[in-house]
Structures are given as structure tokens and as C-alpha cells.
Design a protein around this ligand. Structure first.
Ligand code: DAH
Length: 347
């Protein structure tokens, strides 16, 4: 094999050995570049005669063309391979089943709360929101709790490691009742000095906290506070209003209500509200759903109102309890464990 055929073979082998365009360009330079093998051969023709130059030049040219052809061929192969790899990587299997995005939804407790808000709104009640980190005064003192009342104790109430302006620890409100006083105070300020003050009708739903945990108690739970203050309201109004609410909430009129005497420091007299379904799986049993009562004169005073003129009725119901009864759930903890298999059923 002559020297030029050998060179062409070497170039072909060198090109074939490359795996990427950059490597191929390096290999090309070794043969066709400025100081490449072919260029060197051309330079070596300087001393030859004219005739020799002709034949030698033609032979070198033929070799050069063969090398260029091999280069072009390898370039094409590499480009094809690159394209094939890219197509492979970006392949889209249109026969795969689609991935469905799960629909979101409201938590059953949020659903129950929204129902409660809508029902009371339809009865002319405002819906108020308030702080979950409360002062001692609003959570206890304003509600007529004596200084040593057990509800204040560390066993029942969560405290925050921070003191309020009275030098008392802030607490995580153990009930929504502080909102009675906050709302009524604002109302009283707004109508101070005016001849007529519209009735206060408000509910305050929201999160509440107590050191308690079992199948029917959670350290974080939900209450809805209700307050109706006017110059001409009575226990009868509380009873009619609560019955309307509870029948609307459970979507049945086959539901009775009874007041059972009880004690709360912030009401006098006080009563537990029990309900009884007349049909359905819960029929025939009295179920306790709420505390209630006539707002204690001292609490009315703390609201900035005159207990001789303004009389109030209040209630505090457990939203979680109402949701459990409505949805037939027997363990409160299920609501707060975040298991979507459970929560998804209420959508
Ligand atoms: N705050 C009471 C509790 O957490 C519930 C309650 C009872 C609220 C009687 C009231 C009421 O407004 O009048 O158990």
C-alpha cells in the first residue's frame, strides 16, 4: 500500500474512532489543518519538477478528497446519532395514562363553620373574628372568673411565654367567649352618647385551645360564640333563635331542644343546651351541644354597657361536636390527623 492510501486509511480510522463532533474536529486538524499531514505533503512538493508536481499533486489531491469525504461521512453519522439520542431522551409516550391533579376541598370543620356562619348571617347576626392569643383579662377576668378559678390553671389553659400590659401571661384562648366582650365594647364605644343603640347580634367562630386530648377532646378545637344584647330580649329569644339555627344546621325539623340548668361564671342563669333527634341513627338520645345563659351583669358592665338597660343572652357551642354529629364521626382526632382518605369523603 502506498503512503497516500495509508494516510487515507489512517484518517478514516481516526475519524471513525471519534464519538463527538468536537473530537472529530480535532482529528480533522491533524490531517487537513494548517500543519496537518496533508498540508505537510503539499509543502514537500516544493523541490519537485513541474511534471512530478503534476502527478504528485493530483495524487495528494485525490487523497485529500478521500479524507474530506470520510470526514463528511463521519460528521453526518455523529449528527444522526446525536439527533437519535435527543429524540430518544425527549420521547413522549402518548399511550401513558394521564396524571390527574387531585381536586382540593374544604376541611369538614371549615365546612361546618361556613354553614354556621351562613345560617346566623341569614338571621341577622354579624360574624366576628378575634385574636387566638388573648390577655388574661379578656379570657377570664372580663368574663367574671374569680382569680382562682380552675379554668385559669396551668392544667387547663395553654399560656404564652409573654406578659400583657397587666403583667399577666398571654394565653391561647380556651374559649371564644372573650369575643363577646371585645365585640360588645366596640359596639358600646361606637354608640356611646346616642339615644338609641341597635341590638348586638354576633357570632364569633374560631379556634380555641385547652390542655386536653382524647377521642372527644383535642388541644386545638373550634367553638362558635353567640351574643345577643338588647333592651328587650329574653331567654325565649335565645331558645327560638338556637332552635332555628340547630334545625337549619342539621336540615331537619324533627329535632327537639332543651335547656338544662348549669353554671358558668359569665352567665346567670346558665344552661346547657341539649338536642334530641326524633329520627335517624341518633334518635332518642339527648346530646349536649352548647353552653348558654343570660349574660352576667358584671360582664355586661365590663362590656361598657349598663346592665339595668341592656340584657344579653349568649351561647358557646363546639363546632367540632356539631360536625361530628352532622357527619357521623365518632373520633374527633380524625379531623386533625390530615389523612386525605378520611377528609376527602366530605367533598
Ligand atoms: N365558654 C364556655 C365554654 O367554653 C361556653 C359558653 C357557655 C359560652 C355559656 C357562653 C355561655 O357564651 O353563655 O365552655
Amino acid at each position: 500500500m502506498n503512503e497516500l492510501d495509508l494516510l487515507v486509511d489512517q484518517a478514516r480510522a481516526a475519524f471513525a474512532a471519534t464519538q463527538a463532533p468536537a473530537e472529530l474536529e480535532d482529528a480533522k486538524a491533524r490531517f487537513l489543518g494548517k500543519s496537518g499531514r496533508v498540508t505537510e505533503l503539499m509543502k514537500g512538493m516544493a523541490q519537485l519538477s513541474v511534471d512530478e508536481k503534476k502527478t504528485r499533486g493530483a495524487a495528494i489531491n485525490a487523497a485529500k478528497q478521500a479524507i474530506e469525504a470520510a470526514l463528511a461521512e463521519r460528521r453526518q453519522q455523529l449528527a444522526d446519532a446525536e439527533l437519535a439520542a435527543q429524540l430518544q431522551a425527549e420521547a413522549l409516550d402518548v399511550t401513558l395514562p394521564g396524571r390527574r391533579r387531585a381536586g382540593g376541598g374544604l376541611h369538614p370543620i371549615a365546612r361546618a363553620q361556613e354553614r354556621i356562619e351562613a345560617i346566623f348571617a341569614s338571621m341577622g347576626f354579624d360574624v366576628a373574628d378575634g385574636p387566638e392569643i388573648e390577655t388574661d383579662w379578656y379570657s377570664f377576668t372580663a368574663l367574671n372568673n374569680p382569680p382562682n378559678h380552675p379554668a385559669r390553671s396551668m392544667q387547663d389553659t395553654f399560656y404564652v411565654d409573654m406578659k400583657d400590659a397587666d403583667g399577666q401571661w398571654f394565653n391561647l384562648r380556651p374559649h371564644t367567649s372573650p369575643m363577646q366582650v371585645r365585640y360588645a365594647q366596640a359596639h358600646a364605644r361606637r354608640y356611646a352618647g346616642q339615644a338609641h343603640m341597635p341590638d348586638i347580634r354576633v357570632i364569633a367562630p374560631g379556634r380555641t385551645y385547652r390542655v386536653d386530648s382524647d377521642a372527644t377532646h383535642s388541644p386545638m378545637f373550634h367553638q362558635v360564640e353567640g351574643l345577643w344584647i338588647g333592651e328587650n330580649v329574653s331567654f325565649k329569644d335565645l331558645k327560638v333563635m338556637y332552635l332555628d339555627f340547630i334545625q337549619a344546621f342539621f336540615e331537619t325539623s324533627a329535632l327537639k331542644l332543651r335547656f338544662r340548668p348549669s353554671y358558668f361564671p359569665f352567665t346567670e342563669p346558665s344552661a346547657e343546651i341539649d338536642i334530641m333527634f326524633e329520627e335517624g341513627p341518633l334518635a332518642g338520645r339527648w346530646l349536649e351541644v352548647s353552653g348558654s345563659g343570660q349574660v352576667h351583669p358584671q360582664v355586661v358592665r365590663n362590656m361598657g354597657l349598663d346592665p339595668e338597660r341592656h340584657i344579653g343572652f349568649a351561647f358557646g357551642s363546639g363546632i367540632d361536636r356539631l360536625a361530628m354529629l352532622r357527619y357521623g364521626v365518632n373520633d374527633l382526632r380524625l379531623f386533625f390527623e390530615g389523612d386525605l382518605r378520611f377528609l376527602g369523603q366530605f367533598q
